[in-house]
Ligand binder design. Structure first.
Ligand code: NAP
Length: 302
């Protein structure tokens, strides 16, 4: 049984693909009010290539008593630890939690909230967004890397993902992948917010991007992730070009007045620099400017 917490963009993308492959899936929704809205909607809708498909996946609330063996955590990084704490008493011995959260920091918070469970981290290039409640558009096909820094043995259920058409690889260095993605995010997303622009418009600010890449590379080396620092600047420029027409996820969050995951992205990078007594003036200035920008819009800094 796959228990999936969160019927947002990624939760729906995973739940619908697993369910249509005939695998048993149970959604865990926030509370009875959300469960009621879900029941009225009659299930999840996934829109792929413009075609909606409906999946009546069963759902429950966190206070249900069914034991959980395998939990896919599909909420935002800032909700992850609380969500798992609510389910701690339901986790069966040997339970596994698959963490889809972007950035770094929430994985450690979850591991502390559920010390008895095995935590498997994911880093994904898939893209999805909510068109309406319980209706999700599969916007970008991509790849998901999974890994466990404490146990390099892959779990047996990777075959389920294969069966469900979820393209993935077991990574022996998932932390390096998460750090690389975090660095790409720190070099691009905050600047798109501060310049209020699409990713491609950062081509007009090459010096700013180059300074950030150089400081981020220094941070990655210092944190013991030298492989994640390799050709960072080239990769950032490639991503800026390849996604030139897009607004970054952080830009979209700020524009729509939604809380960002800053504490698990740029905030995490700045905290790590401080822990290592590294002075990274451009990164730290960027963090301060972003915090001011968020505060001016009434958005939280964490
Ligand atoms: P999302 O659309 O906002 O969905 C998050 C879901 O979690 C919401 O449905 C929310 O419920 C639910 N939730 C939060 N706390 C809960 C709780 N205690 N109990 C039950 N449900 C709870 O977020 P997302 O876009 O799927 O992102 C999830 C993570 O994946 C983020 O870290 C994001 O950065 C990462 N990611 C996303 C994408 C993407 O394309 N979307 C790609 C790569 C990585 P409500 O509906 O009730 O608010």
């Amino acid at each position: 049984m796959w228990h999936i917490l969160g019927a947002g963009s990624l939760g729906t993308l995973w739940a619908t693909r697993l369910a249509r492959a005939g695998l048993p899936v149970e959604l865990i929704l926030r509370d009875s009010a959300r469960l009621h809205s879900y029941q009225q909607a009659g299930g999840l809708t996934l829109i792929e290539h413009g075609q909606p498909q409906h999946y009546p996946v069963p759902a429950q609330t966190p206070d249900h008593r069914q034991p959980i063996q395998r939990l896919l955590l599909a909420c935002k990084a800032y909700d992850a630890a609380n969500a798992v704490s609510q389910l701690a008493s339901r986790l069966a011995p040997g339970a596994e939690i698959l963490l889809l959260q972007n950035g770094l920091g929430s994985q450690d918070e979850v591991a502390r909230a559920a010390p008895q469970a095995r935590c498997i981290f994911a880093s994904s290039t898939e893209g999805a967004f909510r068109q309406a409640d319980f209706q999700v558009v599969f916007a970008g096909h991509g790849h998901t890397w999974l890994g466990d820094p404490q146990n390099l043995q892959p779990p047996s259920w990777l075959a389920d993902l294969q069966h469900a058409g979820i393209i993935h690889d077991w990574s022996l260095d998932i932390l390096s992948r998460l750090w690389r993605k975090l660095a790409l995010n720190c070099a691009i997303n905050p600047l798109t917010v501060l310049h209020d622009c699409r990713n491609g418009e950062l081509q007009a600010h090459p010096a700013q991007v180059a300074c950030l890449c150089s400081e981020l590379s220094e941070l990655l080396h210092t944190c013991g992730h030298s492989a994640a620092a390799e050709n960072l600047h080239d990769d950032v420029q490639r991503v800026i070009q390849a996604t030139a027409a897009n607004y970054s996820s952080m830009h979209q969050d700020v524009r729509q007045g939604r809380r960002t995951e800053i504490a698990y992205l740029l905030g995490y990078a700045c905290d790590a620099a401080q822990r290592h007594q590294l002075v990274l003036p451009h990164l730290q200035a960027l963090h301060s400017q972003l915090l001011e920008h968020l505060a001016a819009r009434g958005l939280p800094s964490h």
